[in-house]
Design a protein around this ligand. Structure first.
Ligand code: GLV
Ligand code: MN
Ligand code: MN
Length: 410
């Protein structure tokens, strides 16, 4: 018999953590055997909560609770089931499992809702495998782009071929879309992935918006050469040029209250006694408004060209992801605030999400709101990600109360 409580949700997070491609860490990326196993497992839990479970045409795991009438609108709840490499056990997973638990609780109490519910376990939020993030939620929002089919993973497998290997039909991806359906909105619970709630000694917060993001694959090309024989004046060291960009990213982003991260950098040919002739590196750039984000990118790009020119290098840029900054829907966010209030916090804290979420993509389909849950020391995208069981318990209460608040104003 399911308890639909924090202990059960946390035990399920542990179960999913074991469905991983890495033996010594958590890694579950899009269209992999681990993705299939996680969907199957979550589908069982959905069914157990009274949802009709199925996998959609983009590989998202979904569960439906019928509304009072065939044409009743649907409230979407969920988060993602994929992970970054070396992940923690709560990013995305906690919100998906909380959504299932909330449905289980409402059903156990026999609550009659004026809308149907659909729980979504999105298949690709992180973009770990194909570089482009939010693939699962874009399919649901009807914003899937045909240009993505040629994206390749680290082994050269295209997104198109990975679909087929997973048992999905690329020509049917549009079937995952909810465009045209009457929708109440989308609610997502997620760990904060930052330290603000902990610093404020609060377990929960209401999200007011999500930073806009852009991601780039960058390249500096110079010339490899002998690490001893080649004089400094004649070198075209690509790593020195890339390093100037890496440090400029921090300076320019900090100045503008944006955030920029170079999370991956590789020098070629990659030998101790060879001057790096080519460097590939990534850039993840985020800001509260798209205007600030784009201004900082223009400054970084200009600086990269200057650094390249000074060292006779060429600077290559390929944008692989862009997501606009979004604001929450007022009615939904007030319902989340009311949910938190019902747990005894008279003045819930509102905060900006610097992390990206499926809600950013779903914003193209309908209004969204998010409930943030305190995580230990703000650590996320790391194996030490941790939440408190008592926080998850009140988060479940708040999430359920938010759904009831929406039901009472429907
Ligand atoms: C998703 O986790 C992100 O990179 O913000
Ligand atoms: Mn993440
Ligand atoms: Mn996440």
């Amino acid at each position: 018999m399911s308890q639909h409580d924090a202990a059960e949700v946390l035990a399920r997070c542990d179960t999913l953590a074991d469905i991983s491609a890495a033996v010594d860490g958590i890694e579950r990326s899009y269209l992999t055997p681990e993705h299939a196993r996680a969907n199957w497992t979550v589908g069982e839990w959905m069914a157990d909560a009274g949802l009709t479970a199925w996998q959609d045409a983009a590989g998202n795991q979904r569960g439906t609770l019928a509304g009072p009438t065939a044409d009743a609108p649907v409230l979407l709840l969920g988060s993602h089931l994929d992970t970054v490499p070396g992940a923690g056990r709560y990013d995305g997973v906690l919100g998906t499992l909380m959504a299932i638990a909330a449905v289980g609780r409402l059903r156990a109490r026999g609550v009659a809702l004026p809308f149907g519910i659909e729980v979504l376990g999105f298949a690709d939020e992180e973009g770990t495998r194909f570089g482009r993030t939010l693939l699962g939620s874009c399919a649901v929002a009807g914003t899937w782009e045909d240009g993505w089919w040629g994206l390749q993973d680290a082994h050269g497998v295209t997104l198109h071929d990975a679909f087929i290997a997973f048992g999905l039909d690329p020509s049917r991806v549009g079937d995952a879309s909810l465009v045209g359906r009457p929708i109440v909105g989308y609610l997502e619970a997620h760990i904060e992935q930052g330290p603000l709630l902990q610093d404020a000694e609060r377990p929960l917060g209401v999200v007011r918006g999500i930073m806009g993001a852009r991601r780039f694959e960058l390249e500096m090309i110079g010339e490899a050469g002998h690490a001893g024989g080649m004089p400094y004046g004649r070198r075209r060291d690509a790593l020195l040029g890339a390093s100037e960009v890496v440090t400029a990213v921090e300076l320019l982003a900090r100045d503008a209250r944006a955030v920029g991260t170079v999370g991956r950098l590789q020098a070629f040919p990659g030998a101790m006694n060879v001057i790096p002739g080519r460097v590939e590196f990534s850039l993840d750039l985020r800001a509260e408004t798209d205007a600030v984000r784009d201004r900082v990118w223009n400054e970084i790009a200009e600086m990269g060209l200057k650094a390249a020119a000074a060292r006779q290098l060429s600077f290559g840029v390929q944008q692989v992801h862009e997501a606009r900054a979004t604001q929450v829907g007022e009615r939904l966010a007030l319902a989340v605030e009311a949910g938190i209030r019902s747990t005894g916090d008279a003045e819930p804290m509102w905060l900006l999400s610097k992390a990206g979420h499926d809600a950013m993509a779903i914003a193209d389909l309908c209004d969204y709101a998010m409930l943030f849950i305190r995580c230990k020391d703000g650590i996320s995208h790391h194996r030490d990600e941790a939440v408190r069981a008592d926080d998850v318990e009140i988060a479940l209460d708040a999430f359920e109360a938010a759904i009831l608040a929406l039901a009472s104003t429907a």
